[in-house]
Write a protein that binds this ligand. Structure first.
Ligand code: ATP
Ligand code: MG
Length: 351
């Protein structure tokens, strides 16, 4: 049995709105498990149900084999970190972290040891006596993390802890959170709606949509092998070819026919560009005209107007010479492996 299990969780708000509509997840010991999904899909609701701040309408939650739903929130031994830093401005860093230990009647000497350890883990050891006002957003969020960890929780829950930070700090701190989590080895459920953050930080990602789970998998599985159209579109960028003669011609060039496939898609980085009539290397071609060329340094995004709609092609390492002008006639190269097909129910078809 997994360390944490949630089985068929339902949460209804009001007479009929289902914020969770049959959610089941299993998290392993020491795992970094991320809930990823758009605003309103139920991520916070699921986290709060695990913490005990709201009770499920129905369903089961177990932690380490025992029923968690009957345990009052303050006895669940779960550490939480929120989006806003929630630090006490009038307390020092040390006192902020020690705060969680007070109601647990931990002896003073042990408080000192544990707070010092927690502060060292988040690299705030040298700032124990400071007041939070004199610290950056990233440092304040690390106080929150230390406070959650100091109680030696059985589970760590983090609800968008980085969303109030600027982009550069967000990337730095996400690496730190990942390192600290692996070091303390506490099973963690992390909530984000930032797909890149989820890919960077997680052992596994659970993609949610409208109160349901779309797919659970490792980052490469979620990005490279999405099982639903929602996952493919939410994680990464996706070209969807307009149905019609151009798409049919492309599929017949590749000798591809998948019964039931109604939607054909491809990621921009799996496509290529060639001069009209150039070598296609076995790929199908889609003739088009460049609408826009965006140089981004390590890559370039090329928008090509084709009979199958506007197609984005991502070119790696465009360098100084590989530029394209709007109006240029090109062939979009579509290798067979680039194509992902979905049925009318938006479920992936084929491998
Ligand atoms: N106490 C409540 N009463 C009524 N509806 C609620 C309540 N809490 C949440 N909801 C609704 O349930 C749905 C899921 O909310 P939730 O906060 O879990 O979303 P989320 O995935 O965390 O979104 P975000 O990324 O914006 O934080 C939303 O439609 C929300 O409006
Ligand atoms: Mg939320």
């Amino acid at each position: 049995m997994s360390y944490l299990t949630v089985s068929n969780a339902m949460k209804r708000f009001g007479p009929e709105f289902m914020a969770l509509n049959g959610v089941s997840v299993a998290v392993e010991r020491g795992e970094f498990f991320t809930l990823l999904g758009p605003s309103g899909c139920g991520k916070t609701t699921l986290l709060r149900s695990i913490a005990g701040f709201n009770d499920l309408t129905s369903g089961d939650i177990t932690l380490d084999g025992a029923n968690l739903r009957i345990v009052p929130p303050h006895q669940r031994d779960i550490g939480m970190v929120f989006q806003d830093y929630a630090v006490f401005p009038h307390l020092s860093v040390f006192e902020n972290v020690a705060f969680g230990l007070k109601p647990r009647k931990v002896p003073a000497a042990e408080i000192k040891t544990r707070v010092t350890q927690a502060l060292d883990a988040v690299r705030l050891g040298a700032m124990a006596d400071r007041l939070p006002a004199a610290m950056s957003g990233g440092q304040q969020q690390r106080i929150g993390l230390a406070r959650a960890m100091v109680i030696k929780p059985r589970l760590l829950l983090m609800d968008e802890p980085l969303s109030n930070l600027d982009a550069k700090l967000r990337i730095e701190l996400r690496e730190e959170i990942r390192d600290i989590q692996k070091q303390v080895d506490i099973a963690t459920i992390y909530v984000t709606h930032d797909q890149e953050e989820a890919l960077a930080i997680s052992d596994r990602i659970c993609v949610m949509n409208a109160g349901r789970i779309e797919q659970v998998g490792t980052p490469p599985e979620i990005y490279g092998d999405p099982q639903t159209r929602f996952v493919a579109e939410f994680v990464g960028t996706l070209n969807t070819f307009a149905p019609g003669a151009a798409l049919d011609a492309m599929l017949s060039q590749l000798g591809l026919s998948l019964p039931g496939a109604t939607v054909w898609t491809a990621r921009p980085e799996r496509l290529g560009l060639a001069a009209r009539g150039g070598d296609t290397g076995g790929a199908a071609t889609l003739e088009g005209t460049i609408a826009k060329f965006t140089y981004l340094g390590r890559e370039a995004h090329v928008q090509v107007e084709t009979p199958a709609g506007l197609v984005v092609v991502q070119i790696a390492n465009p360098g100084m010479t590989l530029t394209h002008q709007p109006g240029e006639q090109v062939s979009v190269l579509v290798p067979r492996e680039a194509l992902m097909a979905f049925g009318a129910d938006n479920i992936r078809i084929g491998g």
